[in-house]
Design a protein around this ligand. Structure first.
Ligand SMILES: Nc1ncnc2c1ncn2[C@@H]1O[C@H](COP(=O)(O)OP(=O)(O)OP(=O)(O)O)[C@@H](O)[C@H]1O
Length: 464
């Protein structure tokens, strides 16, 4: 047994990062090997759970290779830790629970060492839920009230009401905030629920790691055993076929088991390019809700709330001034407020409109050059030598239809407007017409370098 453990450790040391090896494998102690059963002890319950979910199958297969026979590898709490028979702390559960989960791509440096924290804390850490992003700290307005209502509904009845919940909208509009808020509430209601927030890019990386390590069994076991999966910016799956396939399995397994899935994206399901149709239709099979850019009053409310969180009182004049000039998203508002506060603290000045103008000098000059759909229509019309009115006319000859499609594509790319809004600005056209134009031009652009160049010139002209 000692020889096996030496060779097994040496192999794992090769396969894992040094941090992973010393955090998870080094503390393990082989206890005994008898009649094809190997017992390995972990120093605490936290590590025990982790090792079981992340490394059990690899260790089992190394053991089978070594003894040239199947080995029943059992992981137990180290008796010296005095907890071999101690039951795991449990919490009331309203949701169906499977085996305890772990996570892929462990980041052991961030993991707590002894003494192990309570289960609820482990759960929070493993879930990657940010506790600052709650419903309480989320400002509501017309732009997001539907999304917030749906999120609250789902948080109250995970796996029951809308599954999946699909939230879409432009950058910095609060989608990530909302899904963390759901996670926080579900966790507060039931600390033992297995939740995972993951950005789609990280999920792609996890698939690659699983692929390299031939660890798909562990990967599947982990994702398929969650109670609540929050996956952010799913548009990053575009063109990643293996990731899409894995996610499809996870999706099917979780939905079938009535586990909740919440997805965000920068656009609505049918508009995501490079995504398998099977997935797109599943994304749309629950509830799909838009998060729109905040209207003026909401931008003001956000500024006042964020300032209050910093113990600063903004005058209404100042809040309105900033909100009128910065229109695109909440992240931008937060950045502006940070600049204003830093400027006023550094110069020891009260926050007045003049101070704001000074603090936001660069930002405001960029905003003044902000690209509008009207601007795009005019620039494209000039470029192709047609009349601006042709942009909204019902005429369809190719020499007009094509520039119009290009203008729609650029409007989608360079402004925060939604497809229906763009359709409206192009003579009341349906959003599917805009979608068709956007896809067509994007496809042409990727195939034809000349068209790509033409679009590049237009973009540079518009960005000034
Ligand atoms: N309604 C809101 N109330 C309070 N804060 C908000 C609101 N909406 C967004 N924020 C804050 O704005 C910042 C950006 O929001 P968030 O990251 O959730 O945007 P997002 O829609 O996920 O954007 P992206 O697509 O770029 O990931 C965060 O700090 C978030 O807390």
């Amino acid at each position: 047994m000692e020889n096996f453990w030496q060779s097994c450790s040496a192999t794992l040391e090769q396969e894992l990062t040094p941090q992973q090896f010393s955090a998870w494998i080094k503390p393990l102690v082989p206890l005994d090997y008898e009649d094809g059963r190997l017992r390995i002890a972990a120093p605490n319950r936290f590590k025990l759970d982790w090792v079981k979910t992340q490394f059990a199958s690899r260790i089992t297969s190394l053991a089978a290779q070594y003894w040239e026979a199947p080995v029943d590898v059992q992981f137990v709490l180290d008796p010296r830790a005095g907890g071999l028979r101690k039951p795991a702390p449990s919490a009331p559960s309203a949701m169906p629970l499977g085996p305890r989960g772990g996570q892929m791509n462990a980041e052991p440096a961030a993991m707590p060492e002894a003494p192990p924290p309570p289960v609820a804390d482990n759960r929070r850490e493993q879930s990657r839920i940010n506790e600052a992003l709650t419903f309480d700290s989320f400002v509501t307005g017309k732009a997001n009230q539907l999304a917030r209502a749906a999120a609250i509904q789902v948080a109250n009845n995970p796996g029951v009401s809308y599954n999946p919940l699909f939230l879409y909208g432009g950058v910095g509009l609060g989608k990530t905030h909302l899904i963390h808020a759901i996670g926080n509430q579900v966790m507060a209601d039931n600390p033992s629920v297995r939740i995972r927030y993951i950005h789609a890019e990280q999920y792609v990386r996890d698939v690659v790691t699983a692929y390299q390590r031939k660890g798909f069994d562990d990967f599947k076991r982990y994702y398929h055993s969650l109670d609540l999966l929050l996956i952010d910016d799913i548009q990053f799956f575009a063109g990643k076929n293996r990731t899409q396939e894995e996610f499809f399995y996870a999706f099917e397994a979780l939905i079938a088991a009535k586990k909740q899935i919440i997805i965000t994206s920068d656009t609505y399901p049918k508009e995501i390019t490079g995504m398998d149709d099977r997935l797109i239709s599943r994304f749309d099979s629950g509830l799909t809700v838009a998060v729109e850019p905040p209207e003026l009053e909401m931008r003001v409310a956000i500024l006042l709330k964020k300032a209050a969180q910093e113990s600063v009182t903004l005058s209404d004049d100042v809040a309105f001034f900033v909100a009128k000039h910065l229109r695109s998203n909440v992240r931008e508002l937060e950045g502006a407020l940070r600049k204003i506060l830093a400027y006023s603290r550094f110069h020891g000045k009260d926050i007045t409109i003049d101070v704001v103008k000074e603090a936001l000098k660069d930002l405001l000059s960029v905003q003044n050059r902000q690209i509008s759909v009207e601007n795009i229509q005019k620039t494209v019309a000039d470029f192709f030598n047609i009349k601006v009115a042709d942009m909204y006319s019902k005429k369809r000859p190719a020499n007009i239809a094509r520039p119009r499609q290009i203008a729609m594509y650029l409007a989608k790319e360079l402004t925060q407007k939604s497809l229906p809004e763009i359709g409206e600005l192009f003579g009341g056209r349906d959003h599917t017409t805009v979608l068709h134009a956007v896809r067509k031009i994007a496809a042409d652009r990727s195939k034809n370098p000349e068209i790509n160049h033409e679009l590049h010139v237009l973009e540079q002209t518009l960005k000034g």
